[in-house]
Design a protein around this ligand. Structure first.
Ligand code: SAH
Length: 358
């Protein structure tokens, strides 16, 4: 919902100032449309329904996995594809998403604790960075999303379910669209997602990390590392040439220094590329165990040249990190039966999709 547009139309309709808050409160608590906003005069509900699109996004496809994961391919008003995912965890199975607090939040109507319900949101349509293993990186870059296009991804899922965690790990590089991402973070608490349960994941875009250090909202930082060695990292992530690893690590350490919150390191496990014993030792040597926590990500196969490390190789790598004192977990794979990895739905070109230029 474009709240700026809504504000204009409410003023145009001569409505009192408190209407905006009333409408937003309904939307943020999952109302399916203006018609459901029963404390608004009927004529106003009708007028708004005519003038203001309830969402800035259109659902193009929705895929539901057996594990409860829901992935949606949206399009913006100008036809750009974006994806977002809802992951629901059973109570006690809350580990594995990597960027949440790990604590279960919320209670069901019967008073028992519900599992974590975590969103993965996109910040851009496509991505200007070209990480070689990533499906989004191989799509054509579209544009930055607006704050309302980000919030509308979350509102869509809020209409399906309560939600309590959020990671910016969908399409795009959030640090390259940080104003809109932070504006969205100011709205998310109204939907049930506190800033403490929100994480921004970055390739290591230093200006963005530095801004997050200054930012009063207690948002978590996650770093996509994928290689401890400069040459390999530049090969996998060309952005490493622009923001070299030692400077990225120093920026993350400054984040910890200011916030006292651990930085999550994402490390996608690529068979024969970055998963050897020597590389685990190098990773453990690079990362200060008081500051970083590693989340090993099983690779979701795309049509790239890479294949994922075996579960055995991942476990051996994790064991080596832990043996050297580094906190390391393996991300639970969610929604694999629905192509839930970054960029996969938009890039799959399934009939019914628009031409996404992938
Ligand atoms: N641009 C940001 C956020 C989006 S990507 C960043 O890079 O952090 C979110 C995470 O998914 C990144 O760690 C990315 O490297 C990882 N990823 C991309 N493609 C993947 C795939 N096919 N399988 C597993 N993880 C993938």
């Amino acid at each position: 919902m474009d709240v700026d547009l809504l504000r204009e139309h409410l003023a145009d309709l001569g409505q009192p100032g408190y209407r905006l808050g009333q409408v937003w409160k309904w939307a943020a608590s999952g109302a399916p449309g203006f018609a459901a906003m029963t404390n608004l005069p009927l004529a106003l509900r009708d007028a708004l329904a005519e003038r203001v699109p309830f969402s800035t996004l259109t659902v193009e496809r929705e895929a539901r996995a057996r594990d409860g994961t829901v992935k949606v391919l949206f399009s913006t008003a100008d036809g750009r594809p974006i994806e977002a995912v809802l992951m629901r965890y059973e109570p006690g199975a809350a580990r594995g998403g990597g960027a949440g607090s790990g604590r279960e939040a919320g209670r069901r109507a019967d008073g028992r604790r519900a599992g974590r319900r975590s969103l993965c949101l996109s910040s851009q349509s496509g991505c200007p960075l070209t990480c070689s293993f990533c499906a989004t990186g191989r799509m054509k870059f579209g544009r930055n999303l607006t704050v309302w296009e980000i919030v509308d991804q979350a509102l869509h899922f809020r209409r399906l379910s309560e939600i309590d965690h959020c990671v910016f790990m969908g399409m795009g590089e959030p640090m390259m669209n940080l104003d809109a991402v932070l504006d969205a973070c100011r709205r998310l608490p109204d939907l049930g997602i506190t800033n403490r349960r929100t994480a921004i994941s970055t390739v290591g875009w230093i200006p963005g990390i530095r801004r997050l250090v200054q930012e009063p909202m207690p948002i978590r930082l996650a770093l996509s590392l994928h290689a401890a060695d400069e040459a390999l990292r530049s090969e996998l992530m060309p952005v490493n040439d622009r923001h070299p690893l030692p400077e990225v690590i120093a920026a993350c350490e400054a984040f910890y220094g200011a916030k006292r919150r651990k930085v999550f390191v994402e490390y996608v496990m690529l068979a024969g590329v970055n998963d050897s014993h020597v590389q685990a030792v190098a990773l453990a040597a690079l990362l200060d165990r008081r500051i970083f926590k590693v989340n090993l990500i099983p690779y979701n196969p795309t049509d790239s040249e890479f294949s994922g490390s075996s579960p055995r190789a991942i476990e051996a790598f994790r064991f080596e990190l832990e043996r050297r004192g580094l906190d390391a977990t393996v991300r639970l794979t969610r929604g694999r039966d629905i192509d839930a990895a970054c960029g996969q739905l938009a890039a799959s070109g399934t009939p019914g999709d628009r031409d996404h230029g992938a």
